[in-house]
Design a protein around this ligand. Structure first.
Ligand code: ADP
Ligand code: ZN
Length: 754
């Protein structure tokens, strides 16, 4: 119970991390007054239980009867889990992304930290008071084991780690304790950093050596501009728009070095750490050579490693973090620079709650810190390009590759014509691509073949009646797995034996269609029976060591041809690759997504960028059935400005982003009539309430109309500013009553359309 003389000065407001979604006032006990800070993680009594919460305000305006006021129990972590800028970022992001306080806080604070993870400590023993001759003999007679231990410790120069010592000598803990009691031994506790990088990333990092190339003139100009921006010490965003192989990483590194030299903090974001080991390795090699500790932040860290990484940043011991999306929330002190590499990557947008965009959050966080944000890409998003056009972002362009290497020559193969008259009619590999593969193999150069698809799906198809095996719970085709002759749904996991005959018309000719990586591998193997071909598929992606081993083997030339999806394209830099083939360039064009053209353009430019990164020029073969589609033509000519101009024009005409913000509102439930009913009601409410401030499209079934027996419908809101409507939209939604069996979710600035 709180003392009577409590003033609001020792009250704090806390957001519990247990679904309360509201700030509550607590009194601070005397034992904690020195340690409670803004952003502290605290343990609080709530509904008769002990819960965790974050202090979001010192003092409280809440009017609470003194007898109702509870006292918080303790401060959990010695550093605030949210720094001042992160608290502000939290306030903004929670509202902007229409999410709950709790979900946002959970995304911002790593689980290990929330669980109250503590530093790993180790007990050491060292010599205390030396026994007299007489005491020695007593000890040797009565407790020979104790004496043995004491003798050993006495002979050592430094303190010994207790546990391994006792184990080695076969001596019990109690023997040690009685020596401590007698003051012969002194025990000390030392905090110990876990082997924070003992994960398999280190393997690739050793490859990255710290060479310092002389900057090209374009790189040097970009670096000068960035250095000037950093010196100006005010918020600015700069786009680094450099063609593939133009040495963007080198430019980032020069910016990082300047900031670090001035004791500033840096966040370096990559689309996914596991897919960008080379970039991560290069950053670390460079900085560590200068004695700067770099913390790596990725999803494979153990709780202990996460804690150590977190603490190194929170304590200010380390200033630089390299990581994926969530590293944008890392507790970096004195943040001066945020880098978002490959800023166009959709993986920066989180696909579940909270649906934040890592790049946009990065820009906002830089803004809060008067820091510089560099967004970099060979194929910037149209959102970013538009911000450049409007003068919100500055731009540095690098039009040439380093060492004047040429951009690869791009050949287009019209697969329709190839299908009619080509020498390899009906094959997924055209004669041109086949010839080039053979040529490279004979010259002992390497090739990569890309499939334009996310999964590796092949579906079962009946050639007679057109039946496609679809999941009974989800509206997607089942995937055929050749290894165990099953068909599986990759959304709900349903697994069935693959049928021998068509379940519908009983035809026995049922076969699988689609060009999985397996199929391509087989076809290429038939063209080049002796070539060493390796496939990167779902299996090798999940087993991270295998993935790394394959990349390593490829690097050292043990593999001639690598087959995989565009997932593996990110950041690969292999000098001996002189041929890249894109097997099915169109696939990304024919999806229900207004960004389809943008994605296709980016895909072709990015995969092409993997070719010709060494001394020899590269060639690219793009197979397509729509060779005249604008994104394919612009990409072939590497005409970035042409593509941007035309695509922006299209977007402007149809009021798509970047000209309007897009909010996707999805409703789902087992009963489709109910879902539709509530959507109709809701849609009417929105149009009544907002009038023409929100342009509504829908409701309509989502592209994947059913997942796990839940029917999915969606609405699109087109708004000039999401910021301007989101609060009232959320408030309106809170007052709208729906059956509990219907669930909805809003996605602000949606990127994922399924
Ligand atoms: P990007 O990210 O723009 O595609 P990278 O940063 O991966 O390009 O650089 C491509 C390659 O060029 C890397 O191997 C890098 O070490 C090398 N490189 C970068 N800058 C220079 C330079 N000025 N001179 C020589 N090589 C360079
Ligand atoms: Zn399913």
């Amino acid at each position: 119970m709180l003392q009577e003389n409590s003033s609001t000065a020792n009250l704090v407001e806390v957001i519990p991390l247990s679904g309360f979604n509201k700030a509550l006032a607590y009194a601070v006990p005397a034992t904690c007054t020195a340690t409670v800070e803004l952003g502290s993680l605290v343990r609080i009594p709530l509904r008769g239980r002990s819960e965790l919460g974050v202090v979001i305000q010192l003092g409280s305006g809440q009017d609470i009867a003194p007898e109702k006021l509870k006292m918080l129990y303790e401060v959990v972590q010695e550093y605030p889990v949210l720094t001042a800028d992160l608290l502000e970022l939290y306030q903004w992001a929670q509202k902007y992304y229409a999410t709950t306080p709790e979900a946002m806080l959970e995304a911002m604070i790593p689980t290990a930290i929330r669980r109250g993870m503590k530093p790993k400590t180790r007990l050491y023993v060292a010599m205390g008071q030396t026994p007299t001759q007489e005491q020695w003999s007593v000890l040797e007679k009565r407790a020979p084991k104790q004496a043995e231990l004491l003798r050993f410790v006495q002979q050592q120069i430094c303190a010994q780690a207790r546990a391994p010592l006792l184990k080695r000598m076969g001596i019990s803990a109690s023997a040690c304790e009685s020596l401590v009691k007698k003051n012969y031994l002194i025990e000390t506790q030392t905090e110990e950093a876990r082997e924070a990088y003992a994960d398999d990333l280190s393997q690739l990092e050793t490859i990255a050596s710290d060479t310092r190339p002389t900057l090209t003139s374009e790189q040097a100009l970009a670096v000068d501009n960035l250095h000037a921006a950093i010196s100006a010490d005010t918020f600015a965003v700069r786009l680094l728009h450099g063609v593939t192989g133009s040495g963007k990483t080198e430019v980032y590194l020069h910016a990082v070095e300047k900031v670090v030299a001035e004791k500033g903090g840096v966040i370096f974001l990559v689309p996914e750490v596991a897919l960008a080991p080379q970039t991560v390795g290069r950053v670390r090699a460079r900085l560590e050579a200068r004695g700067v500790r770099t913390v790596v932040w990725h999803s494979h860290l153990s709780d202990g490693e996460r804690y150590d990484a977190w603490k190194a940043l929170a304590s200010g011991e380390a200033h630089v973090v390299v990581g994926a999306r969530s590293a944008v929330f890392a507790p970096v002190q004195n943040l001066k620079l945020v880098i978002v590499d490959e800023e166009h990557e959709p993986s920066y947008k989180q696909d579940d709650n909270p649906r934040y965009h890592g790049r946009d959050v990065a820009v906002y966080r830089a803004h809060l810190n008067s820091a510089i944000c560099i967004v970099g890409s060979a194929t910037p998003s149209l959102e970013t390009l538009y911000n450049v056009e409007r003068g919100k972002y500055a731009v540095d362009r690098i039009l040439n590759r380093v060492d004047n290497r040429k951009l690869p020559r791009i050949h287009l193969v019209d697969m329709r014509r190839e299908g009619l008259s080509g020498r390899r009619k009906g094959s997924p590999i055209s004669s041109l691509l086949a010839d080039h593969l053979v040529d490279r193999y004979e010259k002992k150069e390497q090739s990569i073949l890309f499939l334009n698809r996310r999964g590796f799906s092949t579906s079962l198809l009946c050639p007679d009646c057109g039946f496609v095996a679809e999941c009974e719970h989800c509206s997607i085709p089942m995937t055929y797995h050749r290894t165990d002759k099953t068909i599986r749904c990759h959304l709900c996991g349903l697994e069935q034996k693959a049928p021998h005959s068509c379940p519908k018309c009983k035809a026995s000719e049922i076969r699988y269609r689609g060009q999985g990586t397996q199929k391509i591998e087989d076809v290429v193997q038939r063209i080049l029976p002796r070539a060493r071909i390796v496939r990167m598929d779902a299996d090798s992606m999940s087993k991270k060591n295998l993935y790394r081993k394959i990349l390593n083997d490829f690097r050292i030339g043990k593999i001639d041809i690598l087959v995989g999806t565009q997932m593996i394209a990110k950041g690969l830099d292999f000098p001996n690759v002189t041929l890249v083939g894109l097997v099915d360039a169109d696939r990304s064009l024919h999806v229900e997504d207004f960004r389809a053209a943008e994605r296709t353009f980016q895909l072709i430019v990015q995969v092409s960028g993997r070719a010709g990164r060494g001394d020899r020029a590269g060639e690219v073969v793009i197979q397509t059935s729509t060779p005249h589609a604008p994104p394919i033509q612009f990409a072939r000519k590497s005409d970035f400005d042409g593509f941007q101009l035309e695509e922006l024009e299209q977007r402007r005409e149809f009021n798509y982003p970047p000209f309007q913000h897009l909010i996707r509102h999805l409703f789902r439930g087992r009963n489709p009539e109910k879902v539709e009913f509530y959507m109709e009601q809701w849609t009417q409410q929105v149009s009544r309430h907002f009038g023409d401030r929100i342009v509504i499209r829908g409701p309509a079934p989502a592209p994947i109309a059913k997942i796990r027996d839940e029917y999915r419908y969606q609405l699109w809101y087109f708004v000039p500013s999401a910021q301007a409507v989101i609060d009232s939209l959320v408030a309106l939604r809170e007052d709208f009553k729906m059956d509990r069996t219907v669930v909805d979710q809003m996605d602000v600035d949606a990127m994922h359309m399924s």
